[in-house]
Design a binder for this molecule. Structure first.
Ligand SMILES: [Zn+2]
Length: 647
């Protein structure tokens, strides 16, 4: 396990705005950051990050937490995986105790596969740079195709010897479980159980997860044998889902977010060559045609995508579907076609960076015009084919969610095809109606435009009991626990003493004096956690509170924390509310305590009534007496709350 001291070191080092900023395009707004929430679909940002509190919070879907819970939620990591991720990011050594092979197998498969891929990455790079065969074959190949040594190192390219089981033997010596090597895609087994290297004689292209660790590999053969597949890829695993990963994204995402533009290419080498030519905002959907998940991944970082197509138009028609996927997601899509016979790789390799950049700038065409051009070239003057081409373009336009943009496209299309705008519009309306019908057909519903996430707003339970009031009290404790409100009268011997009383002290005392039991387990634990850190004369540091709280509690607490600066602009009414609350803390606490007591008493009354229905005579008498006492207490509370509201 990881040393707790090191975990603390990680927590001290982590900056929520930095971590979240890697995945969400954040804009600074005064003391906070604002961006589009990655956990629900939104157009106006309501996702806030507060460096001061070390938390993020979405006012749209209530997602909230710290850097660790962000990684857990966003990257689907476990707590320990998130800690490791952060340690790597902040260059903090995590001393882990030596593990036995038995303990190794107990580790989650995901972690174990990660360890294998990391080992394989290092090993394949060593083979490339430090062995005679690697230099003579692998390195020579990369250099020959124009990759500079620095580029080869940046992309961590590697080599697997031709021998057949070099990796299998090395990994066995290093103590790896053979089954795990199979799962990671590095070895295959013969009938007799002996292992052979799946990537033997190939150069390797590691595919990195967003944390920068390898999750899979692509491997290219260097033999001229046409029967061999040019590329092999790692199989999918718990670590690697090819339809949800993009080659190069770990290296490119910063540039993509900065430029708000992502270039999309086909292969590993396209990404690498363009990167070498100074175009850093480029990714490839290698190993698969573009998927909706990949599109959403891009959308996290940029609104504009330019697809770069090879010079031969054969592949283009096949990838037109990818274009549509981008349009559906509301991205601004452009496309550029490389000159005949060139692909991004060859083009970038043979030209100075400045020429590559200016070519990309000038060749990128709006995608609808691009598609229209492409189809028009094919159909010539045949009217039937022309009509079919127009219909195809209109189908793409109909996918654009923004209706203003859609009508601009219709205008453009009308100009390109020489067809009346009105005719195109009625054609498009027909397509839209069809799409809608399809969408509402049973079982055909389009998936929501988001990654699969739990729905944000769950219907409230039938009877929430005192839970909302309990949460409110916890909220007050967390936000204003150390604030002084009113005075406390203490009686020691005969002399009365007064001293300032804090919000936490007041609430804790009231809860105790009435013998009330907090029914919500999470709230109960969160309050207790606060008490362990709290003393009447000492305020609780909320950062420490969050740091030491277990996962579930951290989530709850983050949701309840209100940083006036964290509130989003379109949350004006709440801002005013917070303002008032701070000014009238005494009233707020008093009212919240009263509401809690009222609700608590109501609950007791309900329980009493239920029991009364089935009680025997003796018990009935008892219950009726209890009922009267409760009702009297309830009236007192009503009187008090009436006074408070009136005051
Ligand atoms: Zn949200």
């Amino acid at each position: 396990m990881i040393d707790p001291g090191a975990i603390q070191q990680v927590k001290d080092a982590m900056r929520v705005e930095e971590v979240v900023g890697l995945f969400v395009n954040l804009k600074r707004k005064g003391p906070r950051y604002l961006g589009l929430c990655p956990f629900h679909n939104e157009k106006t940002p309501s996702f806030n990050v507060s460096p001061a509190l070390g938390i993020f919070k979405c006012f749209g879907c209530a997602a909230a937490g710290d850097a660790i819970s962000f990684l857990e939620k966003h990257e689907h990591l476990t707590y320990l995986e998130a800690i490791r991720w952060l340690a790597k990011h902040y260059n903090i050594a995590l001393p882990e105790q030596e593990t036995t092979p038995e303990q190794d197998t107990e580790r989650s498969e995901r972690e174990s596969l990660g360890v294998v891929q990391n080992y394989a990455l290092k090993w394949s790079m060593e083979q490339l740079w430090e062995t005679e065969e690697g230099q003579r074959i692998g390195l020579a190949y990369f250099r020959e195709r124009g990759f500079q040594d620095r580029t080869i190192r940046t992309f961590q390219l590697g080599y697997v010897p031709e021998g057949g089981d070099a990796f299998a033997r090395a990994a066995a010596t290093a103590g790896f479980d053979p089954d795990l090597l199979d799962k990671a895609g590095w070895t295959k087994r013969r009938e007799d159980g002996s292992a052979w290297d799946f990537f033997a004689g190939r150069v390797t292209f590691p595919i990195l997860g967003l944390s920068g660790s390898p999750v899979a590999f692509g491997a290219r053969t260097l033999r001229g044998d046409k029967k061999l597949p040019k590329y092999f890829n790692s199989p999918e695993s718990v670590l690697y889902n090819k339809s949800r990963s993009l080659y190069g994204l770990a290296l490119a995402r910063k540039a993509i977010a900065e430029q708000q533009l992502c270039y999309l290419v086909e292969g590993y080498t396209d990404v690498i060559s363009l990167h070498q030519a100074g175009i850093a905002n480029v990714v490839a959907s290698s190993g698969t045609s573009l998927t909706a998940d990949q599109v959403r991944l891009i959308k996290r970082y940029a609104k504009q995508v330019t697809i770069l197509y090879d010079g031969d138009s054969a592949g283009i028609k096949a990838s037109l579907r990818g274009m549509d996927l981008l349009l559906v997601e509301g991205l601004q899509v452009r496309a550029a076609l490389f000159p005949d016979g060139e692909d991004p790789d060859s083009f970038a390799r043979n030209r100075p960076s400045s020429e590559v950049a200016s070519f990309l700038a000038s060749a990128a065409k709006d995608v609808i015009a691009f598609k229209a051009d492409l189809l028009l070239k094919e159909v010539g003057s045949d009217p039937m084919q022309r009509a079919a081409a127009i219909h195809e373009v209109v189908e793409s336009i109909a996918l654009v969610p923004d209706h203003v943009l859609r009508s601009l496209y219709v205008q453009e299309c009308s100009r390109l095809f020489g067809v009346a705008e009105q005719a195109l519009l009625s054609e498009m309306n027909k397509v839209l109606r069809q799409q809608r019908r399809k969408q509402f057909a049973v079982g055909e519903a389009d998936p929501p435009a988001m990654d699969a996430l739990p729905p944000a707003a769950q219907p409230p339970p039938e009877n929430p009991g005192t839970k909302p009031q309990e949460r409110e009290l916890l909220r007050l404790v967390l936000n204003y626990g150390h604030r002084e409100v009113g005075t406390l009268h203490t009686r020691i011997d005969a002399s009365a003493e007064t001293r300032p009383r804090t919000v936490a002290e007041w609430i804790f005392a009231e809860l105790e004096s009435e013998g009330m039991h907090v029914s919500d387990e999470a709230v109960h634990l969160a309050l207790q956690h606060y008490r362990t850190l709290w003393a009447p004369d000492r305020s609780v540091d909320i950062k420490v509170y969050l740091d030491q709280a277990p996962e579930a509690m951290r989530m709850l607490a983050s949701q309840l924390l209100v940083d006036p600066h964290v509130l989003s602009d379109n949350w004006k009414s709440k801002k005013i509310h917070v303002h008032r609350e701070e000014e009238h803390l005494y009233n707020t606490v008093e009212r919240s305590l009263l509401r809690y007591k009222e609700r608590y008493t109501d609950e007791l009354l309900e329980k009493n009534l239920k029991e009364l229905e089935h009680a025997d005579d003796d018990r009935q008498l008892e219950l009726q007496q209890e009922r009267m006492a409760l009702q009297a207490f309830r009236r007192t509370l009503s009187g008090l709350s009436g006074r408070i509201i009136a005051g």
